[in-house]
Structures are given as structure tokens and as C-alpha cells.
Design a binder for this molecule. Structure first.
Ligand SMILES: [Zn+2]
Length: 92
């Protein structure tokens, strides 16, 4: 009853990988998952840098991709393009 209009897209998923994983893009300084479940409840799971992704991620984003994953619902997140990558492996 709190959402007045339902015109906005329900999802900001940018890709679905070949293994079925949903991929979204983080908002600036985003630390918690904003994926909603079937009842419209926000997941709010913690986003953690994920290094152990499999072939589905590699084939789409490359073996050195900066990927975050929600600990709760396992939605994958790409870094926000406006943010400086924290990874020190490529750029100093
Ligand atoms: Zn989540």
C-alpha cells in the first residue's frame, strides 16, 4: 500500500547468465542487496566481493571481472561505473 504507482520497472537486472544467475549494477556506495522477493520485500543481503565465480561469469565478463555477490539471494552485482574500482590488481 506504500507504492503509489507501479510504472517503474520492477527490476534493474542487466543480464542473466547462462547458469541462471541474475546480474545487476551496484548503485554508488551500495552495500546491501536491493533485490526484491516475490512479496516485494527487499533482500538487504550483504554484498561481498566474489572471486570464485565460474565459467558463466568468465565467459561474459572475463576472468578478472570485479564481481560482487549478495550473501543472501546470490544475485551478482557489477561495480558502479561511476565508482573507482577498489581492486589493486590492475591500476595503481
Ligand atoms: Zn540479495
Amino acid at each position: 500500500m506504500s507504492e503509489p504507482a507501479d510504472t517503474a520497472p520492477r527490476t534493474d537486472i542487466v543480464a542473466v547468465l547462462s547458469d541462471g544467475s541474475k546480474v545487476k549494477v551496484r548503485l554508488p556506495r551500495m552495500r546491501a542487496c536491493n533485490e526484491k522477493d516475490g512479496k516485494g520485500k527487499i533482500c538487504a543481503g550483504h554484498l561481498k566481493r566474489w572471486y570464485f565465480f565460474g565459467e558463466a561469469v568468465k565467459e561474459k565478463y572475463g576472468p578478472d571481472a570485479e564481481i560482487y555477490r549478495c550473501e543472501h539471494c546470490r544475485t551478482l552485482y557489477l561495480p558502479n561505473p561511476g565508482e573507482t574500482p577498489r581492486s589493486g590488481t590492475l591500476a595503481y
